[in-house]
Design a binder for this molecule. Sequence first.
Ligand code: SF4
Length: 349
Amino acid sequence: MNIDPKLEKIFDKARSSIALTREDCAYLLSFDEKSYESALIRATANDVVRKKTDNSAIILGQIGVDVRPCPGRCKFCTFGELHTKFEPSKMSEEELERKMHEFCDEGDLYGLYLMTMHEYDLDNYLRIVEHARKVAPATTQIWANIGDSSYEDLKAIHDAGVSGIYHVCRLREGEDTELDPKDRIRTMENAKKAGLELYTCCEPIGPEHTIEELVENIFIGVEMGVYQHAAMRRVAVPGAPLAERGQISELRLAHIAACIALTSVTVPTLAYMGLHEPNELGYLSGSNIITAESGANPRDNTGDTSKGRGMDMGRCRKMLYECGFDYIRRGDESKIPLDFDYLIKTNSL
Ligand code: SF4
């Protein structure tokens, strides 16, 4: 079967580190995920990303440390204040420490996210960060997943020991949420100015989003010089207002992740490519970040997601192994061979 010359030209650009245009990205996204062309796009993204990273993957952990009805009122999130069933709660230092040991004891966690709602108490957050920094090994970075913040607050967070931030301007921000897209982008700019690495994501992708919407969203991260880009599908959480719009398949998510990988891989600062939630199709399509989760999770009605949708470290290691990665990277970029013996040693089978 012949390969479409336009597609081949885009693949050559990605392999030669020539930036893809919005038109290239839209063209990639236009293919049906069940098509031959989609299989080529996913295989090429997989190949390009694995060559760039010596076939390595990273494991991130996320702990939700502060839960309350959230004024972001995102219609897809389980914490939105108009529909949430969660009672406010803050994680104690003891519980944080216990959960961190589950993530960090084998020394192969690249980075740990400490997540809050859109509004958070900065002093309390700084205390948590300082405590987490003491508990985590030097090879695990601490990252923040917090609401919109000023440069000064982000500088304080950076100075307390945080390396990077997960922040997004969501699809239909301001329409499916009550947050202002300008504030979301300003926070990303503030974070970079404060010395934080930026991890962003095209999210939360639903069946209704057009190719044009996806392209515009993907290019926010591309043009900002991200350290990590990603794709996340919207989970139809029961009780969240947008649940009625349904979900895209894991195959469609893998196709979109591959398109983002090919579009982002030429960004000089890009190191890794994420996928939410973890699944094998995505890890064979250019994604190499997997996230273990514990505590509160916007995609889960369970108070501790490690007992619900969240994956533990053992399942993350095993999924990466099954998908053929040769190494897990620590937060200092050192590599651990990911082989069957390592799964046995870490109790991950
Ligand atoms: S996604 Fe974040 S900002 Fe939106 S309601 Fe949920 S916790 Fe709040």
